[in-house]
Design a protein around this ligand. Sequence first.
Ligand SMILES: *[C@@H]1O[C@H](CO)[C@@H](O)[C@H](O)[C@H]1NC(C)=O
Ligand SMILES: *[C@@H]1O[C@H](CO)[C@@H](O)[C@H](O)[C@H]1NC(C)=O
Ligand SMILES: *[C@@H]1O[C@H](CO)[C@@H](O)[C@H](O)[C@H]1NC(C)=O
Length: 284
Amino acid sequence: MWTCFFTLTMILTAIVCSESESVTGSRDSLDSFIYDYTLNTISSPHPLTGKPYQVSLPDNLSDIRVSFIRLRSSSMWRNGVNHSSIEIPPKTKTRPFCTRVDLVYQNLVGDLSSFYYGVPDHTLISPVLGILPYDHSNSSNPSLDLDSAGIRVTFPSIPLRRDRRCVRFDADGTVEFSEVMNGRRESFCIGRKKGHFCIVIPSEKRNDEGRGTAIGIVAGVVAAAMLLGLGVGTAVSRRKRRRRKLEVRSEKGESLGWIWVGQSRMPIGSTIRTQPMIENNYIP
Ligand SMILES: *[C@@H]1O[C@H](CO)[C@@H](O)[C@H](O)[C@H]1NC(C)=O
Ligand SMILES: *[C@@H]1O[C@H](CO)[C@@H](O)[C@H](O)[C@H]1NC(C)=O
Ligand SMILES: *[C@@H]1O[C@H](CO)[C@@H](O)[C@H](O)[C@H]1NC(C)=O
C-alpha cells in the first residue's frame, strides 16, 4: 500500500519536474533556432557591425518579432545600446569576454508568449521582450551573459498598478521577480542580466474578482429581467382588462374617456377619431 503510494508520488513528481524542464528546454531551443535562423538570413557575407536588422521568422513563428545588431563590445561598454524598447546602459559587458557581441531582440506576442513564458499563479499582461547576447566566433557555445548596472525594458501602454510585477526569465530556468518602475507614460523593468522580460499580475485574485463581477452581473440581469417581466405582465394584463371594459362600454355607446399608460393619461378614443381627418388631407 505504502509502496504503491510512494511510487505514485515519485511518478507525479517526475512528471512535474520533467514538464518544467521541457519548457525551459523548448525555450532554449527556440532561442538558438532564432539565432541560427537570423545568422543564416542576414549573412551576406557577414552582418554589418552597428547596423540593426529586422528578421522575418517562418510562418509558424510569425508571432515573434526579431531584430538583431552586431556590435563591438568596446562600443557597448562606452555608449550602451538603445534599440527596440530595450536600453542597455554604458559599462555593460559580456561574460565571458568577446570582441564582437551579437544582440538578438525578441518580442513575443499573443498565445506564444504565455505558452513559452507562463508563471505559476500569474497572468501575463504584456508581451515578452527578450535580449540575448551571443558570440558568433564561439562555435561550441555562442550563448553569452550580460553584466549590467541595469538593462531597462520598456512596456508602452501598461499603466502602473500595485499588483503588477516584473518577471525576468533567465536561460537556466531562473524566474526573477522585481518591482515595475514608473516612467512618464509607460512602465519599465530593470534587469542586471540578459533574458526575457514581461509584466504579470496574480491570476487567483483576478479570477476571484472576475467571478464575483460575473456572478453579480448575471444576478443583476436575472433580477432585472424578472422585475421587468413582472412589471410588463402586470401592466399588460391591467391594460387588457381596462381595454375590455372600455370596449364593452363603447359597444354600449358610452364615451371612451381616458386611460392611464404608466404615468400619462391618454384619451383612448381620440386617435381613432382623428385618423379620418389625416386621410382627408390627401384628397386634392
Ligand atoms: C516550424 O516549422 C518548421 C518547418 O517549417 C519546423 O521545423 C519547426 O519545428 C516548427 N516550429 C514550431 C515551433 O512549430
Ligand atoms: C540611450 O538613451 C539614454 C536616455 O534615454 C541616453 O542617455 C543614452 O545616451 C542613449 N544611448 C545611446 C547609445 O543612444
Ligand atoms: C566558448 O564558450 C564557452 C562556454 O561559455 C567558454 O567556456 C569558452 O571559453 C568559449 N570559447 C572562446 C574561444 O571564447
